[in-house]
Design a protein around this ligand. Structure first.
Ligand code: FES
Ligand SMILES: [Fe+2]
Length: 336
């Protein structure tokens, strides 16, 4: 009989499900078409509420709800006035960068107002027909740019309107870790084998090659992943853009695109089949897409900061080391 390792046997009681803050990155907020000029509404993202609005010239804005004056919630009764968000309480106005631009009854503007933004806003861009916000816990400016993705940015040449949205009851890191966990592809998804994985890391970018060119993917921070599936002589692309709703809830979003092959061609048929396979909807397929199986694991697991790994596992620890950069100020945390 071996000796008992009580620390190991009792460890799971102490574990947390999601011991992480909201990570830094560009995150999908909504599709551009869902935010009209002059519109204002409240959204729950990054563990808090935000006021999302679009100015008269079409610029998107996303601000902390609570007015720096006396704390009114600007998403309840506030208005878009020209290029500004106007608080309902005393009509102070803010631009999309959080600068106070008007106090209608002040003879002299408070000096601080002329020097700096006083309302927290998130930098936003519109790309791929979507609204993107840059989240940083200490309000630092964007550290990288969103990439050019021909599959959704070229006006012609690509097709595919399929997209999906799912909510997982876990944090974004746990979902992202699936990408390097190649062993689960065989055992959870029923893939014929464990594909080899080649990962490389460069600042906020991680590149993955799974199965020697079968899946070639690039992650741009925690909020954007472009995976190209090469099979049957075609390439089908999955663009994945997850966003943290709270510390333990993530909205997973995906768009599926392929080359705009002519109707009735074997290439079009193959492209659609590969996309069906990605979401586990292909008929007669013994492998299971993430929808049916990954969620069961994600929604119930705990995070093990010191996992017991074996030689057949993918580069889980390297992935975690890379992901740590998105938690600034947490470098010395032993939990992560
Ligand atoms: S609380 Fe917003 S203007 Fe006074
Ligand atoms: Fe999976």
């Amino acid at each position: 009989m071996g000796t008992m390792n009580l620390k190991m046997l009792l460890e799971s009681k102490e574990l947390e499900r999601c011991p992480f803050p909201i990570p830094v990155g560009w995150f999908h907020v909504d599709f551009s078409e869902n935010l009209k000029v002059g519109e204002i509404r409240n959204v729950q993202l990054f563990g808090q509420e935000w006021v999302l609005f679009r100015t008269e010239s079409g610029k998107p804005g996303m601000s902390d709800p609570y007015c720096p004056h006396l704390g009114a919630h600007m998403g309840h009764g506030g208005k878009v006035c020209g290029e500004h968000l106007r608080c309902p309480f005393h009509h102070w106005e803010y631009d999309t960068s959080g600068w106070c631009k008007s106090i209608p009854y002040a003879k002299v503007m408070p000096p601080v107002v002329k020097k700096q933004a006083i309302l927290r806003t998130l930098p936003m861009v519109e790309k791929y027909g979507m609204l993107w916000a840059w989240y940083h816990p200490q309000c630092e400016p964007p550290g990288f740019e969103l990439p050019y993705i021909p599959e959704i940015e070229d006006a012609t040449g690509y097709a595919g309107a399929r997209r999906g949205s799912w909510t997982a009851n876990t944090c974004i890191q746990e979902i992202a870790e699936n990408g390097v966990d190649t062993a689960h592809l065989k055992f959870l998804h029923g893939a014929p084998g464990i594909p080899p994985v080649d990962a490389s890391y460069d600042g906020p970018i991680m590149k993955l090659d799974i199965g020697k060119g079968y899946i070639v993917g690039t992650a741009y921070g925690p909020g954007l992943n472009v995976m190209r599936f090469n099979q049957h002589g075609i390439t089908a692309t999955m663009i994945s853009y997850s966003v943290p709703i709270s510390l333990e809830k993530t909205q997973m979003n995906m768009s599926f695109r392929h080359v705009d092959y002519a109707e009735g061609t074997p290439e079009l048929h193959a492209s659609k089949k590969v996309i069906d396979h990605m979401i586990g909807a292909a008929e007669g397929e013994e492998s299971a897409g993430f929808e049916s199986v990954d969620f069961v694991v994600w929604n119930n697991k705990k995070y093990r900061p010191n996992p017991l790994l074996c030689d057949g596992d993918g580069p889980v620890l390297q992935f975690r080391k890379w992901f740590k950069q998105f938690y600034p100020g947490q470098e010395d945390s032993t939990k992560i």
